[in-house]
Write a protein that binds this ligand. Sequence first.
Ligand code: IMP
Length: 430
Amino acid sequence: MPAYAVLGAQWGDEGKGKIIDFLARDADIVARFSGGNNAGHTVINSGEKFSLHLLPCGIFWPQTLNVIGNGVVADPDVLIKEIDHLQSRGIDLTGRFMLSERTHLVMPYHIRLDQLMEDARGTGALGTTRRGIGPAYSDKAARTGILAADLLDVDEIFQRLEAILAYQNAVITKVLGGPAISLKRTFDKCRKWAEKLGEFIGPVDTVVRESLDEGGTVLLEGAQGALLDLDHGSYPYVTSSNPTIGGACVGLGIHPRYMGGILGVFKAYSTRVGAGPFPTELLDDTGETIRDLAKEFGTTTGRPRRVGWFDAVAARYSARLNGYTSVVLTKLDILDHFDTVKICTAYELDGEVVSEFPASDTALDRCKPIYEEHPGWDKPTPSITRRDDLPKEALSYMDRLQELIGSSVDIISTGPERHETVMARSVFSP
Ligand code: IMP
């Protein structure tokens, strides 16, 4: 019966792809529930590297069914490219991939709107991935979206597209000064998408519920992270969906009683891409060193990621939002290189010490980190697979993190490959 959610616990890019691939060995279904191709999940197995933006990371295990839920917004061009790419590398998706009928499509006008709106914001830009994600979710809420199911009756789309484009093109050309999107070309694309994707479109919610009812194990694949959540993140510097646990239920049509575990994936330090407050950001040589060592550049946009020490105020907030039953700690090996490592345990805000994550982005921006310092370790940790082999200083750093987060560190990632993983405690219920 159980579903296990694997959630980004910080600002995204925590290394969820590797963890989902690692856990998918024991899964029947791996289900993406939110976001779109703003996400970039990297999986390395047997030395081969794959970057996935839409397809779930369970795709490399032949026994898994991989599904995209209704909470995702999918750009069909990107999805088709990803399917073709995997098939060209010998990964057969036949009968192993399903796109929910209820998934909203990212249309060409969404991408153009995202780009023009970001340009129009000038110095106030949000730093979106410019992939059309925000405009696609806006249309979903405005009830003017196109669903994957609509591709199954593609001729019916034309009239709706005509009306939608009359409005969107007025915004694109008259408000934002950009070039209009062609109705004919957009409709031709819909036909092509229908041809390529039609066989994969199906009732994902029913399939997932049936598997759970029959005792199947379903991994719920998160994208982005709790602090980018539309409702609970550092608004307005957030994404347009809910990467938190509620988003997993809504984004797949499953209820909370199916939940067997909620895994929060944390990096051993912090990173953030795009604009917005980041209290522990390191704008010095230490930040540069971490970025270079960890190759902190976006999988989707290639942008350098902003880097900082672990923020336990944000981590506690994330834990309270999601109720983690396990913590997964990634990129611990990056901290091998420092004499001391720091954890932010509180903020100083306008002369007061605060331990809550502020709702206002301007308040968060004024927060200064209060750190405690821990000794580093001089023994390298890459590729370690047994908890007992980790240096004692690294273990005490992790002990302190789990104390601050309020949940045990059950999986530790010590490198990008599947086998470079410490399983300290099973995350699956007995
Ligand atoms: P959007 O999701 O493209 O609208 O971008 C909104 C914000 O979320 C920007 O700051 C992006 O950099 C950030 N973002 C979106 N997806 C990811 C991700 O997968 N990892 C990290 N940051 C992301």
